[in-house]
Ligand binder design. Structure first.
Ligand code: NAD
Length: 374
């Protein structure tokens, strides 16, 4: 496979961009955040959008989503073509044995470039991040890792002319000013957490790299993700996963948000499917280059506990809200994802709390009985 990595890019090309930019500005080209056609695109930029993805890098591959997404991508595009990049978390045996694994600090651009060059990477799923709960404990680290990390990925995508980048945003972009029910695709974004701030800024950065440099970066606003493989890494919706583990192990759970707290949620198979579907969609259909609302179901912590109790009658849940309650209260309850449905055919398979709960309980019970539930 020919490497594009050593192609000299540069000054002249950048100069051409600048002149085009100036010309477009003089013609009053307007900037539209909703959408988009890249305003400035090099010849290579156009080719870029047409090329097929071949060699994939997943950052944050040891995380809740990355650990499952990597395995699915390996099944789909062959094990040799998907490189998992972890950070401090120890990778699972499955991840280690199913393909290449590298350690990476996403705030170090040279380190990222080394891996892109070593494996001739042309597509990045950038999942390495600090989540909302941990982010509020250390806002500086959240800003540094989430913003510098994304900036590095986008810069490397631009400089090495990668084919495509995926970066997830979150329901954390919305703040109390946004309509809380059926929140529209385009609405006011004034988050109250540093995590949310990094997601709003990240969406704008992605849109900028697409419209300014033709980087084919795509994004969705994930709701809380519920999964049975890797425990979540410090978000505000972690209770919706922890509750299952504790119900099976101890038949009790102390929930860190109030019983009536309603948030949008999604089961992992839908998260993986939506992510890969978006990445496989023809570029001409992707009109939103900030981030798409992507939704599946919404329920309260109390409704989830009641559903678990139907399958495990001894289960008891108590509620002791901590600092994450305030974060949850600033978020939305449900999302309008009709734009994603219309533009790239998004449709969740699991939109029913009872069905998802039964599936989670069955999988985790089997793990518990086999003595492998963490
Ligand atoms: N899980 C959810 O419910 C949810 C919801 C909305 C958005 N998201 C987004 O999805 C992405 C993945 O989330 P997740 O739930 O898998 O998170 P996670 O915390 O489980 O995993 C994130 C990974 O990032 C890695 N990481 C941290 N600092 C790093 C650094 N400096 N360099 C490289 N890697 C680093 C960690 O090792 C971790 O494994 C994140 O962008 C997150 O904001 C997740």
């Amino acid at each position: 496979m020919p490497s594009v990595l050593n192609s000299s890019r540069p000054t002249t090309r950048i100069k051409i961009f600048s002149e085009r930019m100036l010309a477009a500005m003089l013609k009053n080209t307007s900037y539209n955040s909703k959408v988009s056609t890249p305003v400035f695109q090099s010849k290579r930029g156009c080719r870029m959008l047409g090329k097929n993805m071949k060699r994939i890098l997943v950052t944050g591959a040891t995380g809740q989503i990355g650990s499952e997404l990597t395995i699915e991508l390996r099944k789909k595009y062959s094990h040799d073509n998907v490189v998992a990049a972890g950070h401090k978390r120890t990778p699972s045996e499955t991840l280690l044995k199913s393909g290449s694994f590298e350690s990476i600090d996403i705030t170090n651009k040279e380190g990222l470039e080394r891996i892109v060059e070593k494996y001739d990477i042309d597509t990045v799923y950038h999942l390495g991040a600090v989540l909302s709960g941990v982010g509020e404990q250390n806002p500086q680290a959240a800003w540094h890792i989430n913003m510098d990390g994304l900036y590095n990925v986008l810069q490397v995508a631009k400089e090495h002319e990668l084919v495509r980048v995926f970066w997830p945003s979150s329901i954390a972009v919305f703040g109390p000013e946004a309509p809380r029910v059926n929140t529209p695709q385009n609405t006011v974004l004034i988050p109250r957490t540093m995590y949310g701030v990094t997601k709003v800024a990240g969406e704008l950065l992605c849109n900028y790299y697409f419209s300014r440099f033709g980087v084919d970066v795509r994004s969705v606003r994930y709701p809380g993700i519920i999964s049975s493989e890797t425990p979540p890494g410090g978000g505000t919706t972690d209770y919706a996963v922890e509750i299952f583990y504790e119900a099976i192990k101890k038949k009790r759970y102390t929930c860190f948000v109030r019983q009536d707290t309603v948030l949008p949620m999604m089961y992992m198979p839908d998260c993986i499917k939506g992510t890969i579907d978006l990445m496989e969609t023809d570029p001409s259909r992707i009109k939103c280059r900030t981030s798409y609302n992507m939704s599946a179901m919404s329920f309260s912590a109390g409704q989830l506990a009641a559903e678990i109790k139907k399958l495990c009658p001894e289960f008891e849940c108590e509620y002791k809200p901590d600092f994450r309650q305030q974060i949850a209260d600033s978020w939305i309850m449900s999302m309008d994802d009709s734009v994603a449905r219309k533009e790239w055919g998004w449709k969740p398979t699991y939109d029913n709390l009872a069905v998802m709960t039964k599936d989670m309980m069955e999988i985790l019970t089997k793990k518990f009985e086999a003595g492998i539930l963490p």
